[in-house]
Design a protein around this ligand. Structure first.
Ligand SMILES: Cc1ncc(COP(=O)(O)O)c(C=O)c1O
Length: 429
C-alpha cells in the first residue's frame, strides 16, 4: 500500500470513506474487547498471591540497614531489594537505585530530568532547538508516548532479528548531535520477541555519539521471561553496563527493569541501573522528589522471592501444577517422528481435556473460558510404548511445557511417560 503522503486528495477521501465504513461495521458488532497488551491475566497474578502472606501485623519490618520499613528513610532502596534487583539485572548492587512500582515511570522521570536539568552538566534538552531520539520500530508504544509528550522528534530505525539495524544506529548517532537517546528493549523485545545479539550489544557499547549527553535507554523489562525450561534455549545478553565501561563509555546507558511482569503489574518494584556518576545526578533530584519509596513492598518482594534463584524458580511454568486440574482422556497413540528425518523417536499420546477444574477468570464479555475438549498431545521421547489405551484417563510423568509458534500460543508437552491416572476428579486437583 502506498504511503498516505503519496496519495492524492481524492484517493485519501476515498480511503477515508472506506475505512469509516469498515469502522462502523466493526462498531455495530457491539464488541467489548480489552485490547491492552502486556496485561497479565488474573490466573498469572494469582501465582504470586502467597506474597501477600509474607508480611503480617507481627512481622519484623526492620530491613538490613536497621531501618523500620514503615517509616521514612533509605532514599534509594533497602539493601536487600537492591541486591535482588541487581542480581536480576546482572549488575553490581552499587549501580542500582530502587524506585516505586513502575519502571515506565522511572523512564519518564529520567527524560524529564534530562529536559529540565540536562545530563551530567550539559545543556538541559529543553533549551536546545531540536532533540531527537532513535526509535527501533516496531517497538513499545509507551516509550514513544513519552518522547512524543516531551516534543522529542522520533527517528525510526528498523528492527531486525538481532536488534535494531546497527549500521543505521551508528551512522546517525555519530553524525547528528541532536540525537540524544535511543529506546531499546534488548530481550524478548515487544512486539516480535527478538533478543539483541551479543554483537548488537557490543556495538551499542562502542557507539561514538556526536552528542556527549547521548544516552541508551535500555529497558530490560523481560530479563527473566524465558519461554523454555532448558537453560541452553534461554536467551541471554551481555551486561550493557560493563560493556559500556569496557568501551570507555561508562555513563552512556540507563538500564530499567521491574517486577511488574513477575509479581504484580500494579504493585511491583522498579529500578534503574547506571554508572555511579549518573546515579549521583539522579539522587540529587530524587532527594527533592520523594522522602523514599515504598519500603514495605520492597521488603515483601525480598521476603517472598528470597533471592534471584527464587525469581527464576517463580518464572518456571510448573507443568505438573498446570496439568493437575485437567482430566486428559486418550484419543490416539501414535509414533513420534523426528520432524526432519521422519525416524521414530518415541510415542505421542493424543488426548482431549474431559474435565477442567482450574479457576479461569471470565472474559470482559462475561464468558467463562475453559480448556474443556481442547486437544493436548503428550510426547514421550522413549521407544517404550506407554501402557495406556484409548479412553483411559491419564497423567503425564515429569511433564515439561513449552510454548511455541509465532505468538507463543501453542503448547507442546513432553514427558517421561504417560500412565493411567490413579486418582481423577476432585481428589486429583
Ligand atoms: C517493554 C516494557 N517496558 C516497560 C513496561 C511497563 O513496566 P512497568 O509496569 O514497570 O512500568 C512494559 C509493560 O508492558 C513493557 O512492555
Amino acid at each position: 500500500m502506498a504511503a498516505y503522503s503519496e496519495l492524492s486528495k481524492e484517493e485519501l477521501s476515498e480511503l477515508r470513506a472506506e475505512l469509516e465504513k469498515q469502522f462502523t461495521e466493526e462498531k455495530a458488532k457491539g464488541l467489548s474487547l480489552d485490547m491492552s497488551r502486556g496485561k497479565p491475566s488474573a490466573e498469572q497474578l494469582n501465582l504470586s498471591m502467597e506474597m501477600m502472606d509474607v508480611l503480617k501485623s507481627d512481622s519484623d519490618l526492620i530491613c538490613e540497614e536497621g531501618v523500620d520499613c514503615r517509616n521514612y528513610g533509605v532514599l534509594d532502596g533497602i539493601r536487600e531489594a537492591k541486591q535482588l534487583l541487581a542480581d536480576m539485572m546482572e549488575v553490581p548492587k552499587d549501580n542500582i537505585v530502587i524506585f516505586g512500582n513502575s519502571s515506565l515511570n522511572v523512564m519518564f522521570d529520567t527524560i524529564s530530568r534530562c529536559m529540565t536539568h540536562g545530563v551530567l552538566g550539559s545543556t538541559p534538552w529543553c533549551k536546545l532547538d531540536k532533540v531527537k531520539f532513535l526509535c527501533p520500530v516496531p517497538g513499545y508504544d509507551r516509550h514513544f508516548a513519552i518522547t512524543e509528550y516531551f516534543g522529542i522528534e522520533m527517528v525510526n530505525v528498523p528492527m531486525t532479528h538481532t536488534g535494531p539495524d546497527m549500521d543505521i544506529v551508528e551512522q546517525l548517532v555519530s553524525s547528528d548531535p541532536s540525537i540524544k537517546g535511543i529506546w531499546c528493549v534488548p530481550k524478548y523485545s515487544n512486539p516480535q520477541g527478538y533478543t539483541y545479539s551479543n554483537e548488537t550489544v557490543r556495538r551499542f557499547a562502542n557507539l561514538k555519539p556526536a552528542a556527549k549527553d547521548f544516552r541508551i535507554f535500555w529497558d530490560n523489562a523481560y530479563a527473566v521471561h524465558h519461554l523454555y525450561e532448558e537453560e541452553e534455549r534461554q536467551e541471554s545478553i551481555p551486561d550493557i553496563l560493563s560493556e559500556c565501561e569496557k568501551a570507555g563509555n561508562p555513563d552512556m546507558v540507563y538500564e530499567f527493569a521491574s517486577t511488574s511482569k513477575i509479581s504484580f503489574s500494579g504493585a511491583g518494584v522498579a529500578a534503574i541501573a547506571t554508572s555511579r556518576g549518573n546515579l549521583e545526578c539522579i539522587k540529587k533530584t530524587l532527594t527533592i522528589q520523594t522522602i523514599g519509596y515504598d519500603k514495605i513492598n520492597q521488603l515483601r518482594h525480598v521476603r517472598y522471592f528470597k533471592d534471584f534463584e527464587g525469581i527464576k524458580e517463580h518464572m518456571h511454568i510448573d507443568a505438573a501444577a498446570a496439568l493437575n486440574p485437567l482430566d486428559l482422556t486418550v484419543t490416539a497413540i501414535k509414533p513420534l517422528l523426528n520432524y526432519d528425518t521422519k525416524v521414530q523417536e518415541g510415542y505421542k499420546v493424543e488426548t482431549t481435556v474431559t474435565a477442567d477444574r482450574a479457576t479461569h477468570s471470565p472474559k470482559a464479555s462475561g464468558e467463562i473460558v475453559s480448556n474443556l475438549y481442547r486437544p493436548l498431545t503428550l510426547k514421550i521421547k522413549s521407544m517404550t510404548r506407554p501402557n495406556v489405551n484409548i479412553g483411559d484417563k491419564v497423567v503425564a510423568v515429569n511433564p515439561v511445557i513449552r510454548l511455541w509458534g509465532p505468538y507463543m500460543t501453542y503448547v507442546s508437552i513432553t514427558c517421561d511417560d504417560v500412565v493411567v491416572a490413579t486418582t481423577t476428579g476432585k481428589d486429583k486437583a
